[in-house]
Design a protein around this ligand. Structure first.
Ligand code: CP
Length: 320
């Protein structure tokens, strides 16, 4: 595997899940695979789970790991070609990327949407430059539009906890004070469409996700109706994807607190499990009692980030 961006990069999803459960039973089974190989993890944005779980996964496979926080100690990077670099940016990404590639065998990159230009974000301008110029396999650790390591971990968690063969899974928008990217809901939708689940997306009008990710999912604007009989509730905030009104891309259109997932919402479900990728704003996205309830899977989801990253790195190492 040379790029990990979409669910399709894993090929047969059932096979990838079987591999995940094999690794979960014995995380060190492939500890010789990464001997004398180096993973470089590049963060343009903050992280807790991705940083720790991906490092742990690389160590499970016997790899050396270098972590670079671009905004703390590296030269400030110019990303646009043709710019006269007389400002505060000392290095261009077009030199920095191949240099980074010299010191490693595999590169993971986190670079969020900037919301400056929808087309640049949705064309994955930064990540595609890493793919093109690094000379190394690249895996996405949350890009402008996708967060596949998270969605893979979410799917592993659903597989572990589901009580019926084809559970009802609901992705629900919830309020947040700041404009957040669409990467997590985009990927979650993509992965749920590929999985064997009854998938419903609910959000206020104006928050329609890009059709390439919505796929065949049912979209229900009445949140309570969407929650009825659900087996899993996956809450997440996202800013306006700009599908119906491009001028609204990246804007906060609603802070409607009636969308906060609380006990009344969970009461209409089929005793659903609650999921969120974390970090989460309590009593904005979800109330204290719901996230602290026995039905909350937020910690098992985070734990499965190590497993999803180990599978992905294993497959990349096998392709070197
Ligand atoms: N869920 C997730 O990616 O967490 P971090 O942003 O802390 O890495």
């Amino acid at each position: 595997m040379k790029v990990f961006q979409h669910v399709s990069d894993l090929g047969d999803l059932k096979g990838a899940l079987a591999e995940a459960f094999e690794i979960k039973k014995d995380p060190y089974k492939y500890e010789q695979l990464g001997r004398r190989k180096t993973a470089l993890l590049i963060f343009f944005n903050n992280s807790l789970r991705t940083r720790l779980s991906t490092q742990k996964a690389a160590m499970n496979l016997g790899m050396n790991v270098i972590v670079l926080d671009v905004n703390q100690g590296a030269w400030k990077l110019e990303t646009e070609r043709g710019v006269i670099m007389d400002g505060d940016k000392s290095e261009h990404l077009l030199e920095a990327i191949p240099v980074m590639g010299c010191y490693c065998d595999v590169i993971g990159v986190r670079s969020f949407a900037t919301f400056e230009n929808r087309q640049d974000d949705y064309e994955e301008k930064i990540l595609n430059q890493f793919i093109k110029y690094s000379g190394r396999p690249v895996f996405f650790m949350e890009s402008a539009t996708v967060h596949p390591l998270q969605s893979f971990a979410d799917l592993i968690t659903i597989e572990e906890y589901k009580k019926t063969a084809r559970p009802k899974v609901v992705l629900s928008w919830a309020p947040h004070p700041k404009a957040l990217p669409q990467a997590v809901p985009n990927s979650f939708a993509e992965w749920m469409n590929a999985a064997d689940v009854d998938f419903v997306i609910t959000h206020p009008e104006g928050y329609e996700l890009d059709p390439q990710f919505v796929g065949d999912a049912r979209v229900e604007y009445d949140q309570m109706k969407a929650f009825e009989g659900a087996d899993f509730i996956y809450a997440k905030n996202w800013s306006c994807p700009g599908v119906t009104r491009p001028a609204d891309y990246g804007k906060v259109l609603s802070r409607d607190m009636s969308w906060t997932v609380d006990a009344a919402h969970m009461a209409v479900t089929n005793n659903a499990y609650f999921m969120h990728c974390l970090p989460v704003r309590r009593n904005m996205i979800v109330t204290d009692d719901v996230i602290e309830s026995p039905q909350s899977l937020v910690i098992p989801e985070a734990a499965n980030r190590e497993i999803s990253a180990t599978v992905v790195l294993k497959r990349i190492l096998e392709s070197l």
